[in-house]
Design a protein around this ligand. Structure first.
Ligand code: NG6
Ligand code: CA
Length: 507
């Protein structure tokens, strides 16, 4: 190399380095404009399950810290009183009852979200975000007749997640394995997985036929294939090495959520961290067994609270907390006995998982969808309690506004001001959903049209909200929905029915 070349090379190197550091600086600046977004989503956590929402039988300091340092919504809703439709609404920005297939799905169901559809994570990708999901999916996988031993597609990766580490459906449904992107984690090819929701596989024990093998007894449903001594919904054979360990699930998802943060901390990221608690089967790590005094349901709430605390601590350690907007909520209201004899009812004492509200999971009454709803951004949000009506379906348009995207969800209102605590304006009204039945809420009023079906689900002991008559309640004077004003206040009823019809029948 002569002197000339050397000079040139070092000049080129130097200018490359300068442009490199300029680029780095630009990226840094860009990052400041694009804070990370994390949605922490619990499963069946009730309005009254957190101490910051009034629970006194248990204490949830980590979720309370987010509530007390951010906006704690008192009128925050999921889009449905059950999981699949709720998650559909959250991720698509569309009311789930618009899609007739958005019902609680079996573990073998095909993907519910059309891969062509705009979604919350897809929208964030267009704005330069890396997107990830860790935890419960329950929105179907594959295109029908899925072979679990091959590529599991389409799934979360086809509807907007760059990275996914999920359980397919629920902890009480097969397959009881984790899925990383499009393959079963830790699958032994010599022990292939078969799944059926129709028939058992030859010689496989079931909860129904082999009670002697159970460490947790079933109460209703949940009497098919036994995995880890727990009878599940659905039949499964094989995949033994890949079976999850129920008591380690919380730690496992937490580790994956932290790893996602570590892998993407240098770019704007969106993480959907969907915890499995306190859904059944409730299987706390031994560290939490007996800690709540309320039995397994209370114990897994404490475990979930710990997970949230550890996750926040991790963001802090990585110097990301000031640059991350966090929303914490639940997919539907609470249930005590959801199919296993885990003493959730017997040990509940005076704890009111529903808070002051009527109903619970599966119900059109208020406790079906009114859930904890917290928005936290360290140093950016002035702590407050907000009574604005907000719904998870609104996250899509609100986050779009947040990241400067023009994309909006069909039923998703931009409530960014309320989320950031800058405004008290939420949405005007909200269509509530439970088992494809709908109702309408606006201001202090709730109108439930006549619906067929039982008034109460006796298995879970929850009133569903069904009646042959119209129901109209004023929550301000009657928080527990005891006094039906439909006849007395015909004018209000008619107005509510008219608005409801205009939304429900709009295309
Ligand atoms: C119900 C299950 C219930 C729970 C629920 C889904 C029975 C009798 N009950 O069908 O235990 O799994 O589905 O919950 O099988 S959700 O939170 O995912 O919507
Ligand atoms: Ca749920």
């Amino acid at each position: 190399m002569n002197k000339h070349t050397l000079l040139f090379t070092s000049f080129a190197l130097c200018s490359a380095m300068t442009s490199c550091s300029v680029k780095k600086k630009q990226e840094k600046e860009e990052k400041v404009e694009k804070p990370n977004i994390v949605v922490i989503y619990l499963d069946d956590l009730g309005y009254g399950d957190l101490s910051c929402y009034g629970a006194d039988a248990i204490s949830t300091p980590n979720m309370d810290a987010l509530a007390n340092g951010g906006v704690r919504f008192t009128n925050g809703h999921s889009t449905s009183a059950t999981c699949t439709p709720s998650r559909y609404g959250l991720l698509t920005g569309e009311y789930p009852w618009r899609n007739a297939k958005a019902k609680i799905l079996p573990g073998s169901a095909p993907l519910l979200i059309n891969p062509k559809k705009m979604t919350l994570p897809k929208m964030l990708k267009t704005a330069g975000y890396h997107t990830g999901i860790v935890g419960k999916w329950h929105l179907g996988l594959g295109a029908g007749d899925l072979d679990w031993n091959k590529e599991i597609k389409p799934g979360p990766n086809e509807v907007g997640f760059d990275d996914s580490y999920i359980m397919a459906a629920t902890q009480d449904r097969v397959p009881t394995v984790y899925i990383e992107n499009d393959h079963v984690d830790n699958l032994d090819p010599n022990d292939p997985i078969s799944i059926s929701y129709k028939h058992n596989f030859d010689g496989q024990p079931t909860g129904k036929n082999n009670p002697e093998m159970l460490k947790l007894e079933w109460h209703h449903g949940h009497n098919n294939t036994i995995v880890n001594g727990i009878p599940r919904i659905g039949f499964m054979k094989g995949g033994k090495a890949a079976h999850w360990k129920d008591e380690e699930m919380a730690d496992h998802f937490l580790a994956k959520a932290k790893a996602y943060v570590d892998n993407h901390k240098d770019e704007p990221f969106f993480l959907y961290y969907a915890l499995q608690q306190p859904h059944v089967p409730r299987t706390p790590s031994p560290r939490f067994v007996g800690k709540s005094g309320l039995g397994a349901r209370g114990d897994v709430i404490l475990e979930a609270d710990w997970c949230v605390g550890e996750f926040i601590k991790h963001l802090k350690e990585k110097h990301l907390l000031e640059n991350t907007l966090i929303v914490l909520s639940s997919d539907n209201g609470p249930v005590l006995n959801d199919g296993y004899k885990d003493q959730a009812v017997e040990l509940n004492g005076n704890h009111k998982a529903t808070g002051p509200y009527r109903g619970g999971k599966y119900s059109l009454y208020e406790a079906g969808t009114r859930v904890p709803f917290i928005c936290y951004w360290k140093g950016k949000i002035e702590p407050k309690v907000s009574n604005a009506l907000v719904c998870q379906v609104d996250l899509m348009s609100s986050f779009a506004h947040f990241v400067g995207s023009d994309i909006r969800g069909k039923d998703s209102k931009d409530i960014l001001g309320a989320l950031l605590g800058k405004s008290d304006d939420g949405r005007k009204g909200l269509v509530l959903e439970a088992f494809t039945r709908t109702a309408y809420e606006e201001g202090d009023w709730v109108m439930i049209p006549p619906h067929k079906g039982a008034a109460i689900n006796k298995n879970v002991n929850i009133e569903l909200g069904n009646s042959k008559e119209y129901q109209l309640y004023n929550l301000k004077d009657d928080i527990h929905q005891q006094v039906n004003l439909a006849t007395k206040n015909k004018e209000k009823l008619d107005a509510m029915v008219q608005t409801y019809n205009s939304i429900v029948h709009s295309k």
